[in-house]
Unconditional design. Structure first.
Length: 340
């Protein structure tokens, strides 16, 4: 498994065709890059910032009480540990933590997973002195919850009709408490904590990072939840299609989804952010991915264009290797936060 790598899925059964952003897209349609760079992010609800800042304040008052236990094996010069910590609502989060075998810890990285969950840590990025946390968000993997389905098409709908209870809000809080747990164990990483998330984890990262000043750099890989209103018009597969189907039967769903829009949240980012977005993606339509990128203030954003997301293609391995090098280099840079 590759750190922050593309999710492997079924290979394309045909060469993707071209389509415009405004058309009804086939899930395999390839969209022109210049068109994607014109996708405007949505206007957030008036109380969008207040909604998330209130939740962040509540989450930071929670003591994560992290418990770290050596797993008895190593991975590329890192000691693998099992970790559990507490999140909001009394939810216990499980995952893995990689600690360098030698040298001192100087930075931290939290890595979010896709909707397939995770059954172990990824290969670590080449970051000197970095301790890496791989949490499982609530309801998934090691963070299973009674009454919450681990199936992506069901998980994404859990409490969707109440924006204060929607499961994605809890997942965002799990990320914040993951940062709290990492810093409780390794306070020397303070000021150099980054987040890297793919697909589901990319969307969660976009929702979480604008409000948490402890996160200094951000990488979003084929992020989902971008431009929810547009997303509901674009055919796809997996959890996104489950939300589309639900919205056809429950017309008020945008009352919740507007607060869980990764592109709306990206407007508030004030840290350097590297977005890897795909030109074709059957699970996360490219216009939503690029809406996230386009929403970020120009001096802070960087773009890595992927040929495709969520399925294999001939140059996939080489492109992901190139991306991982770029991500590691990006995380090792030092740059001031935009305080405006």
């Amino acid at each position: 498994m590759v750190a922050c790598g593309i999710i492997a899925g079924r290979p394309a059964s045909r060469v993707p065709g071209d389509a415009g952003v405004g058309t009804t897209l086939c899930v395999w349609a390839k969209v022109d890059l210049e068109q994607l760079l014109t996708v405007a992010p949505p206007e957030p609800p008036q109380d969008f910032s207040d909604f998330w800042q209130r939740r962040h304040a509540v989450a930071l008052a929670v003591d994560p009480r992290p418990q770290l236990r050596a797993a008895g094996w190593t991975l590329q010069q890192h000691v693998v540990h099992d970790i559990r910590y507490w999140s909001t609502g009394g939810v216990e989060i499980g995952g893995w933590m990689l600690v360098p075998q030698s040298g001192r810890v100087t930075r931290g990285l939290v890595v979010g997973h896709g909707y397939g969950g995770r059954d172990g840590p990824d290969l670590p990025l080449s970051l000197d002195g970095c301790v890496t946390l791989f949490p499982c968000f609530r309801g998934l993997g090691r963070s299973a919850l009674p009454g919450v389905s681990p199936d992506p098409s069901d998980h994404v709908l859990h409490d969707i009709q109440d924006r204060n209870k929607y499961v994605l809000g809890g997942c965002v809080e799990d990320l914040w408490l993951g940062v709290s747990a990492l810093l409780a164990l390794f306070p020397e990483a303070s000021g150099r904590v980054a987040y890297c998330g793919i697909s589901f984890g990319g969307g969660i990262g976009a929702l979480a990072a604008p409000w948490d000043r402890r996160v200094s750099r951000l990488h979003l890989h084929v992020p989902t939840f971008g431009h929810q209103a547009l997303r509901l018009t674009l055919p796809c597969v997996g959890s996104g299609e489950a939300v589309r189907d639900f919205s056809r039967r429950h017309r008020n769903v945008m009352g919740t989804l507007a607060y869980y829009d990764a592109a709306s949240a990206a407007r508030y980012l004030r840290i350097p952010t590297l977005v890897a977005a795909a030109l074709v993606d059957p699970a996360v339509p490219p216009p939503g991915q690029f809406a996230v990128y386009n929403a970020i203030a120009e001096p802070l954003r960087r773009l890595f264009v992927l040929e495709a997301g969520h399925f294999d293609y001939p140059d996939r391995e080489a492109q992901i290797e190139e991306l991982n090098v770029a991500v590691a280099r990006f995380f090792m840079e030092e740059a001031p936060r935009d305080e405006t």
